[in-house]
Design a protein. Structure first.
Length: 340
């Protein structure tokens, strides 16, 4: 985490401004090229979803007042998403430079990583998808309840794999531990930090890692092969909710705490503008994206590629992100201590 802070501090505003759009205009105009900046590498989940949606966003633009406008997707990697965030954060708020944001990672980069942007200042256009996380347990443990998992942890800390120190699958279980502790339930965990979810899953297959905080897309093959299964998830709807109990039915926590933890236990993909975008322009973009992301053909293609659309309009997505920001602020001091 200290290395990340140093890296972020070394990025100068001059470099970011040099990368920004070269000919800003006051507002979105017909003929503008809309750039969707993806913070991760080509071929990943964020990139694939942005490229699936781009033709439909372009069509919605062209059919609703911008017949000569086009949409392009660009990958800008580095700093765990911080480079793309800072690039869009400093861009002209004219509707031509958008970010497909990973709100969860962005919030923690801001809160404990020293990133020089404020997630709360972006204009939130729409959510394309969201994947809930859950507590995924190695089948070799033979546990089918949270009570048994907690009991085992008392005698020997559980080995929990993460995709990296300070990653969402590290932060969220840290908050879970704190909430449980505040409720009088100790849940000792020894974190094993790796370079990605695939490495964690490989370790679990070898019988090394005992538990992980994971999404369905990262575990579906392992479930089919009997490597592990969920004790519970944080999803209220979708493929996880139909099969596994929700955390509110399992965790011995006040309902309001579970709801707040649920907000932090998602991987969302949300389109945003730079700070300062005009309200009228933001609403125009929200209308365009709502048409595009609810296109039946896109929904079918996304489902067929195992990347289902889970649309939220801009106001609802903003409310969900605000809830996560509030949680981050509350636990900032605790998390900084844990990540030292």
């Amino acid at each position: 985490m200290k290395r990340l802070v140093q890296t972020l501090s070394a990025i100068s505003a001059a470099v970011l401004l040099a990368l920004a759009a070269s000919s800003p205009s006051v507002a979105l105009e017909d003929g503008d090229v809309i750039r969707i900046i993806v913070p991760y590498s080509a071929g990943g989940g964020f990139d694939a979803q942005a490229r699936l949606a781009a033709p439909y966003i372009e069509a919605a633009l062209q059919e609703n007042g911008y017949p000569n406008s086009n949409v392009v997707v660009e990958n800008l990697t580095g700093g765990g998403g911080a480079i793309a965030n800072m690039f869009v954060y400093s861009a002209e708020p004219d509707g031509t430079t958008l970010l497909m944001m990973d709100p969860e990672s962005s919030i923690w980069l801001q809160t404990v990583g020293g990133a020089e942007f404020d997630v709360g200042e972006y204009g939130i256009i729409a959510q394309q998808s969201a994947e809930a996380m859950g507590v995924f347990v190695n089948s070799q443990l033979g546990f089918d309840s949270m009570d048994k998992l907690v009991e085992r942890a008392q005698s020997e800390p559980l080995l929990m794999g993460t995709s990296g120190r300070g990653a969402v699958d590290h932060i969220a279980p840290l908050i879970l531990q704190k909430m449980l502790s505040d409720a009088g339930v100790e849940f000792p965990v020894q974190y094993v930090h790796m370079s990605g979810v695939s490495d964690v899953m490989a370790s679990m297959r070898r019988g090394e890692v005992e538990v992980m905080y994971a999404t369905l897309s990262s575990t579906v093959a392992a479930i089919k092969q009997g490597v592990g299964d969920y004790l519970f998830t944080f999803e209220d709807h979708g493929p996880l909710a139909d099969r596994w109990p929700h955390g509110r039915d399992v965790l011995k926590l006040p309902p309001e705490q579970v709801e707040r933890l649920t907000a932090a236990s998602y991987f969302r993909r949300v389109y945003t503008t730079p700070p300062g975008v005009d309200e009228e322009l933001l609403q125009t973009l929200r209308d365009i994206f709502e048409i595009a992301l609810n296109n039946e053909e896109l929904i079918k293609k996304s489902a067929d590629s195992n990347r289902p659309v889970m649309f939220l309009n801009g106001a609802d997505a903003e409310a969900a992100i605000d809830q996560e920001i509030g949680l981050a602020k509350e636990y900032e001091e605790y998390l900084r201590e844990q990540l030292q």
